[in-house]
Structure formats: structure tokens, C-alpha cells
Design a protein around this ligand. Sequence first.
Ligand code: CP
Ligand code: NVA
Length: 319
Amino acid sequence: MKLGNKSFLSLYDLSKDEIDRLIDLSIELKAEKKNGIYKYRLKNKNIALLFEKTSTRTRCAASVACFDEGGHAEFLGKNDIQMGKKESVRDTARVLGKIFDSIIYRGYKQETVKILSEYSGIPVINGLTDEEHPTQIIADLMTIKEKFNKLEGLKVCYIGDARNNVACSLIVGCLKMNVDIFVAAPKSLWPSDSFIVSAKLLSKKAGLYLTEDPLEAVKNSNVVYTDVWVSMGEENAPDIDERIKLLKNYQVNKFVMDQTGLADSIFLHCLPASHEEESHYLEVSEEVFESKQSYVFEQAGNRLHTIKALLVTLLGGKV
Ligand code: CP
Ligand code: NVA
């Protein structure tokens, strides 16, 4: 895909060069904001934030990105609009396409974001579906590049529920950027065989390695990444207790971080993370979450600059 007046539905759609350009532009936009430089590249642009699931980072990043660039973001939560109740996705798409310049969608099925793009005729950005979370991964890659000054040749290790949206998008993003990705999860929580086969074709220089042993996966990793064990929409799934039991040896704690053997390895998490007060499991120990190795809040802040870079690129504003 060539970015510019197109949609961004999946990381599969972007080439390595396009991801590189988005990361570099995000770094530039971050510096501009720090220096109080505003160029209003989204002036007169109206962006619909169509969110069927809750959000802190993606919603706030998109709203502030629009404001910073002179555009307007309209939040359309699931209880605010007719879609899903009185109106079909197709009709909603056609209506929004006549009124807005772009849609950022967060919801359930990947199919929905495709329908929105097809029927609205305006650029649509996937702000998380059950299958993918592509905007998150651009921010993750930016955070890794800021820390290590490069991507190619690095090793990322993902530990936890490896079938979820973040894990699958991270695998695709790393391989596209020639970053080795090691995944540690119980076999029943690995991505599907068809996903693994197609992901492995994405890079000639880097590999995807799956194991059930977190200590093996984490060796020499520059980045250790995890996500919640129960994603949005799965709260009442019948296998949850079983899944949490299966994952109890997959917590990222200090012992696991130490096994990287590298003094400068970092911990990442897309957030929100589980904490003792509100969760009956912890995918990351408080010690690691609060440690110097934890870059989770830099990572969260980078959601702003990366969504801004995407909007500016997709809506064709002058960069
Ligand atoms: N990481 C992320 O997408 O956070 P939100 O769910 O708060 O948007
Ligand atoms: N896997 C998580 C990511 C949240 C940003 C979820 O879908 O809930």
C-alpha cells in the first residue's frame, strides 16, 4: 500500500519503508511539540472516533493529535450512535463518509473495519480489533528505536497470551522491520498455524520463534513485552480460569527480566496493565512495572505522536 488517502487497517498493508517513514515522522512531530511548533496539517479535517470498546490511550492520542494539528475529533461511543442497534455498519460508513474526512475505529471484528473502509470512501484507521492493534505497534517500534537508535538486528520477546491482537500485530511489525521475535506461551495460546506460516514469510533477515519456555525465549532479548491475559470482550469467555492457570508461569518478573543477560534491555506493555488492586492475576510483577527498565509510559506517550503521524500522512497534509 502507498500511504496517502488510503486506509490503515492492518500492519500487513505497510511496507518496511512506510513503517520507517511513519516512525521518523513521529519522532519529528514529537520534537515539534516539545519545541512548541504547530503546523496545523489537519486544518479543516474532521475525524470520527468510532469506538465500540473502551479506550484511554488511543482515544486521547487521537483527540489531542487532531487538536494539535488544527483538526477536529468527534467521539462516537457505542451508546452514542445508531450503529449496532438501528443502523448497519455499511449505512453508518456511508453516512460518516459524507460528513467526515477520516474514521478511527475500535471494535470487535476485523471485518467491520474493512466494511467501514470499503463503504465510507474515506481513510479508516484500525484503532484495535479482536485480531489486530496496528497503531499500537507503530508506537512500540518508535519507542524501541528511540531507545536503541535502530530496529534491525534487535531481538524482541513476547511472553503471555500470544493469540491476542497485540501479540499478532507485534509479530508482524517486528518481522517487517527485520527484528527477531521470540514468543513464549503455552502451545494452546500460540497464534494459529496459518498466521505463523504467513508471518514467517515476512522477513528474510529476521525470524519468528515460538516456545513454551519463557526463560529460553527471553535470553539476549533487548525488549521484553507482555499484555493482559484477558482482552476486552473476553471477560465472560468460558476458558478464562483455565487460561489464567495455564499462564501462571508466564509472568514477567525480575527473574525473567534478568535472564535477558543484557543490562540495557527494556520492558514494554501496551497498557492497561493488571495491578493487584483490581486483578486476580498479574502478567507483570509490580517490581518490573515500576523499574527503570520499564518504558511503558514513554511507550504510551508515543501513541500521540504516532497516531498524529498516521493522520497527517493518510489525510495528505503537508509534512
Ligand atoms: N494501548 C491501548 O490501546 O490503550 P487504550 O485501550 O487505553 O486505548
Ligand atoms: N489485548 C488488549 C489490548 C488493549 C490495548 C485488549 O484487546 O484488551
